[in-house]
Design a protein. Structure first.
Length: 276
């Protein structure tokens, strides 16, 4: 290649190999305008409120869930406790012993309602009604001749019995009073004042102990929760003479057990204490 050509080529190559011009560096503007700043400030105010609201909702839901789970348990426990207390109270009332040695408690409460011509504690009415209806189906008409007796009337009955014993038996007053207690106790010492005792009488004027009514009651009364309160040959245990007319409500289970064990209410309570 000729010298002139060489120089021309070099010149051309020199032009092509020139370094490119540096491009202007691009810059970004991260500054915020007033509108953006206002939005950010609003977000910063609202966000804590939203977080607090979420926390409150979670707490409310949690409390409600806790109450639904454990509140019902507490309520059921309370109801169960109330039922147990009620059962114990009813059982204590059924086995209440009233006698000259065991006066009616001063805080004793009863709910008197009428059945026929007499009043009884409301708790015995269903059983008494069931028993009289069952007897009727068997051709036996049970005649109720006595129920609840007020303290005032009981006192009068006791005084009348004392006077009768003094007149008929010639007893001095002190002995008449002792003997009267075995027949008609003083006020607040008679089971008739508990509202749980029922006195039956014969439809005719025969001795009740020899009547069909008495035989039916003796054989069937325990099925309805009633017992003969003062049986024959148990005077030393009850402190009262045999009385075929007086029956006492103690509940079906107690009545059945007392019959099977041949125990009076007085003996039955001792028996229960010995097993406690």
């Amino acid at each position: 290649m000729k010298r002139d050509e060489i120089i021309t080529v070099k010149s051309t190559l020199g032009k092509k190999s020139k370094k490119p011009q540096k491009t202007k560096k691009q810059t970004y503007d991260f500054s915020m305008n007033d509108k953006d700043l206002s939005g950010l400030k609003s977000a910063m105010v609202i966000l804590p409120i939203v977080i607090i609201a979420i926390i409150v909702v979670v707490l409310i839901v949690g409390i409600n869930e806790y109450n639904s789970m454990f509140g019902n348990v507490d309520k059921e426990s309370s109801v169960q406790s109330g039922q147990n207390e009620k059962t114990e109270e009813d059982e204590s009332k059924l086995l209440l012993l009233v006698s000259p040695e065991n006066p009616l408690p001063s805080d004793y409460k009863m709910n008197l309602v009428s059945y026929g011509e007499y009043e009884f504690d409301k708790s015995i009415i269903p059983a008494l009604k069931e028993m009289t209806e069952a007897a009727s189906k068997d051709g036996i008409s049970l005649k109720i001749v006595g129920g609840y007796v007020s303290p005032e009337v009981q006192h009068e009955l006791y005084i009348d019995e004392v006077s009768k014993l003094m007149a008929d038996e010639g007893y001095v007053e002190a002995r008449a009073m002792d003997e009267a207690e075995k027949i008609i106790p003083m006020e607040n010492r008679s089971e008739y004042q508990s509202g749980l005792a029922v006195k039956f009488g014969s439809s005719n004027d025969t001795d009740f102990a020899q009547s069909d009514e008495y035989r039916w009651l003796y054989n069937n009364s325990i099925k309805y929760g009633f017992i003969l309160r003062y049986p024959q040959d148990k005077e030393s245990e009850t402190g009262f003479k045999f009385d075929s007319t007086q029956f006492r409500y103690v509940g079906k289970e107690n009545a059945t057990r007392m019959r099977s064990l041949n125990l009076t209410l007085d003996e039955y309570l001792i028996y229960l204490d010995s097993r406690a």
